[in-house]
Design a protein around this ligand. Structure first.
Ligand SMILES: NC(=O)c1ccc[n+]([C@@H]2O[C@H](COP(=O)([O-])OP(=O)(O)OC[C@H]3O[C@@H](n4cnc5c(N)ncnc54)[C@H](O)[C@@H]3O)[C@@H](O)[C@H]2O)c1
Length: 326
């Protein structure tokens, strides 16, 4: 599990361990946290280190790879495409090369709704045209496009999961979101509630019912379960596939702020700011294919529940994974 010490990967590692699947986490800890590995087998290494990957694959008898390791900030990718192509494309090709050499037959890829670009129609279905509008989306699409070639040449089957906005935290309170800097709406709103910087809301003049953007927030534990379903499907010999992975319901920025106020019982200090370039008004997933094909369904689809789990983590870990809990 590359990137298994990060936000989504750590939740997936916990879900796999709970299902009795042995896991080795491979993470350079550039963004991840040793504590998020929860004592699992952790190898600190970079995805571009093919020889270390080779030795980990051989020594642990790796039979499938879930590949979470990547950089994932859209704005940074526009400023630093060289870094993003290096980490996300070169890094992934290096993982795929090591897997092909060792004949590892199964690959599960963390893709993103950013592969679509500006939506022509919502909800977004898998067949919607893919025209990314930033380097981040391009790096993920480049890998999606490489995978059929790896299957033809090396027999490696894959499932690409195009996540929408991952949100929430482990309902048991052991794991949560600790990105530095944090750029996601829910943790930023919770930080504002806890006395941090007021939240900036980018645009309230969109053509939506309340003027703020509509997005799809999928609980991180639901994301984790989808990975388990994908792995089981590949184990059964299913064909390669690509799925959109979202909650399937759009919520506006104002919906999120109101839910945060309901859950925490406190107002969210916030200021309105101008729209950000490249932010579509509405973005949410059609998730019926993954439900039908992999037997997955979101369990934490309700916004208040998603936020309650994130709030539990924020209250219990005021400095994220650093230091003692509150
Ligand atoms: N968070 C979201 O809402 C979201 C949405 C769509 C897609 N994704 C994708 O999901 C994946 C995980 O996202 P996340 O939010 O958990 O991010 P994260 O930053 O918390 O986790 C990524 C992990 O990968 C590790 N990593 C990065 N580059 C590496 C490298 N070269 N070698 C080894 N390890 C490396 C980091 O240390 C980190 O632990 C990413 O691929 C991201 O593009 C995330």
């Amino acid at each position: 599990m590359t990137g298994g010490a990060g936000y989504i990967g750590s939740h997936a590692a916990k879900a796999l361990a709970a299902a009795g699947r042995p896991v080795v986490i491979y993470d350079n800890l550039s963004q991840g946290h040793r504590e998020a590995a929860l004592g699992a087998d952790l190898v600190v290494g970079d995805t571009r280190d093919v020889s270390l990957l080779r030795s980990v694959i051989a020594s642990r008898g790796v039979t499938a790879v879930m590949h979470f390791a990547a950089w994932a900030a859209v704005g940074d990718s526009v400023r630093d495409p060289a870094g993003y192509y290096g980490n996300n494309v070169e890094g992934t090709l290096s993982v795929l090369r090591a897997m092909a050499e060792a004949q590892v037959p199964a690959f599960i890829f963390s893709s993103t709704c950013a592969v679509f670009g500006e939506p022509q129609e919502v909800p977004l279905v898998e067949t919607h045209p893919t025209r990314p509008i930033n380097a981040y989306g391009e790096t993920k699409l480049a890998i999606e496009r490489a995978l059929p070639h790896f299957e033809r040449a090396y027999g490696m089957r894959s499932i690409c999961l195009r996540y929408f906005n991952a949100a929430g935290a482990d309902p048991e309170g052991e794991l949560g979101e600790d990105h530095r800097p944090e750029q996601h709406l829910i943790p930023l709103a919770l930080e504002a509630v806890r006395g941090g910087r007021p939240l900036l809301v980018f645009g309230d003049d969109y053509p939506t019912p309340d003027g703020t953007c509509l997005r799809d927030y999928i609980h991180v534990t639901d994301l984790a379960q989808a990975h388990l379903r994908a792995l089981e499907a590949l184990d059964r010999g299913s064909r390669s596939d690509v799925f959109n992975l979202g909650n399937g319901r759009p919520f506006s920025v104002r919906d999120v702020l109101q839910a945060v106020e309901r859950v925490t019982g406190r107002p969210v200090p916030h200021t309105m700011a101008a729209r950000r370039p490249g932010d579509p008004a509405v973005l949410y997933a059609a998730n019926s294919r993954i439900q039908a094909e992999l037997g997955w369904a979101p369990r934490f689809a309700d916004l208040d529940t998603i936020i309650a789990t994130a709030w539990r983590w924020a209250e219990g870990h005021p400095r994220g994974y650093d230091g003692a809990t509150a």
